[in-house]
Write a protein that binds this ligand. Structure first.
Ligand SMILES: Cc1cc2nc3c(=O)[nH]c(=O)nc-3n(C[C@H](O)[C@H](O)[C@H](O)COP(=O)(O)OP(=O)(O)OC[C@H]3O[C@@H](n4cnc5c(N)ncnc54)[C@H](O)[C@@H]3O)c2cc1C
Length: 417
């Protein structure tokens, strides 16, 4: 089934009886060429690009819950390519280009909206840092505009410009940044993979990884053993647990990140805005809710809910930046488990076990990476060679200290990245 304007018109006129299910619900086979553990954004996009770009069809994605029930359906949907350091900047630039063609590629409306992202700065030092970042983005071929205070006021008149504590000096504007509908991204990739023959197996938790003579041979699951020539671990906040099943100790800590949404309001915020002096960022969803978030809960946890002090911290930061938000009622909050690396940058690599690959460490920024991560991880799994835009994301950098990509400059503190 292809989506098109004509199809919508036809279905609308004939009682909407011609829509079919987006993907099958197959029983797991005994053996696959490739198993992907984790049916989040990265696992589904990996399966899609393995089938589409490399012609490998005998693949299963094993998901312990339902597709898209993890972080891919819990994030605040920001898509951007405003990274500074080599290693990251070419990768996220590639990802943004994939986003820009994603709806046509998947034949699926992921509601990608290039509404523009503005990072505010509040001191001369921050302005210098953002000017450098903007230059790096332009050098990479992406877009960046340094705005002064009046330039920000033109775009975001509702901010509190008179506050004395954190006066707004300006902002770095990234017009091609924006947002997308997170569930639709998971569904679009799932449908695209299924159409190309990939088996998407839900309610199938991986409980063990089978290894013989240094080579992976398959996995144990709650639906029985499944053999495979290659296995990819793509489980975000659960990466440490899955790696432990293969006897590996990853340099990952799992922390909770919370998000909040208010009741639906008339359109009032038409960009993504991030506060430079506190942990707060905000956009408005197409349904009207103000979607905002802040910093990680500082302690490690596998709970998918956050703590109250962080909620208070985020609300205070929001009130400082835009006091008008105090009139909106918060409807819901939730949390997701973030796979934090010591340098805040991801891992797309082989492991020391033949046939076992890992894609993790996306920290709180992996939604925007979904297209490029799947693209590059599929390339690695299919060819055993790193894709050029992801060649810096090696596991070994945490052992040798060479090639660390510390975008935030905060050192090896997982919870500060
Ligand atoms: C509140 C919040 C806000 C965020 N905001 C942004 C943002 O604005 N922009 C951005 O770029 N990023 C953002 N992120 C980060 C982004 O969501 C994640 O980095 C990214 O989604 C992680 O990759 P994933 O989609 O594959 O993870 P997930 O969707 O979590 O996928 C992993 C899957 O693995 C499955 N799994 C785990 N263990 C097993 C097992 N044993 N067997 C089988 N399956 C298993 C899980 O059930 C899960 O479905 C945010 C995250 C949160 C929580």
């Amino acid at each position: 089934m292809r989506f098109s304007g004509l199809k919508i018109l036809k279905e609308g006129l004939t009682g909407n009886k011609g829509w079919t299910e987006h993907w099958r619900n197959p029983e797991p086979k005994k053996e696959y060429d490739i198993l992907i553990i984790g049916g989040g954004g990265h696992g589904l996009s990996t399966a899609y690009y393995l089938a589409k770009n490399h012609g490998i069809k005998n693949i299963a994605v094993l998901e312990k819950g339902y597709l898209g029930g993890g972080n891919v359906g819990r994030n605040t949907t920001i898509v951007r390519a405003n990274y500074f350091l080599p290693g990251n900047s070419e990768f996220y630039s590639h990802s943004l280009k994939l986003w820009e063609g994603l709806e046509q590629d998947l034949n699926y409306n992921v509601m990608h909206s290039k509404r523009g992202l503005i990072n505010l700065f509040h001191s001369d030092g921050q302005r210098d840092a953002f000017a450098r970042r903007g230059n790096a983005m332009i050098n990479q071929g992406d877009d960046a505009i340094l705005l002064d205070k009046d330039g920000v006021r033109d775009l975001l008149p509702y901010l509190d410009f008179e506050q004395t504590r954190f006066p707004i000096y300006g902002g770095l504007y990234h017009p091609r940044g924006g947002s997308a509908r997170h569930d639709a991204v998971a569904w679009g990739y799932a449908r695209g993979a299924d159409t190309r023959g990939v088996d998407l197996i839900q309610n199938c938790e991986v409980t063990g990884i089978d290894i013989k003579q240094g080579r992976v041979t398959g996995v144990q699951t709650t639906r029985g053993a499944i053999n495979a020539k290659k296995v990819g671990i793509v489980v975000a906040g659960r990466s440490g647990q899955l790696a432990a099943m293969a006897g590996m100790n990853l340099p990952i800590e799992s922390h909770i990140l919370q998000a909040f949404v208010t009741e639906g309001l008339k359109p009032c915020i038409d960009h993504v805005v991030s506060f430079g002096m506190g942990h707060f960022y905000i956009s408005q969803s197409d349904k009207g809710g103000l979607v905002f978030g802040g910093d990680l809960d500082f302690y490690t946890s596998y709970a998918q809910r956050g703590n109250l002090p962080m909620k208070e911290h985020v609300m205070e930061a929001g009130m400082t930046l835009m006091p008008m938000i105090g009139k909106a009622r918060v409807l819901r909050s939730w949390g997701g488990i973030m796979d934090m690396t010591p340098d805040g940058s991801p891992i797309i690599d082989k492991t020391s076990i033949d046939g076992l690959y890992i894609d993790c460490g996306w920290c709180y920024g992996g939604f925007k990476a979904v297209p490029a991560s799947g693209y590059c991880f599929a390339h690695l799994m299919a060819t055993d060679r790193h894709h050029e835009v992801a060649s810096g994301f090696r596991l070994s950098r945490f052992k040798t200290g060479y090639g660390l990509i510390d975008e935030e400059g905060t050192g090896s503190q997982h919870n500060l990245h």
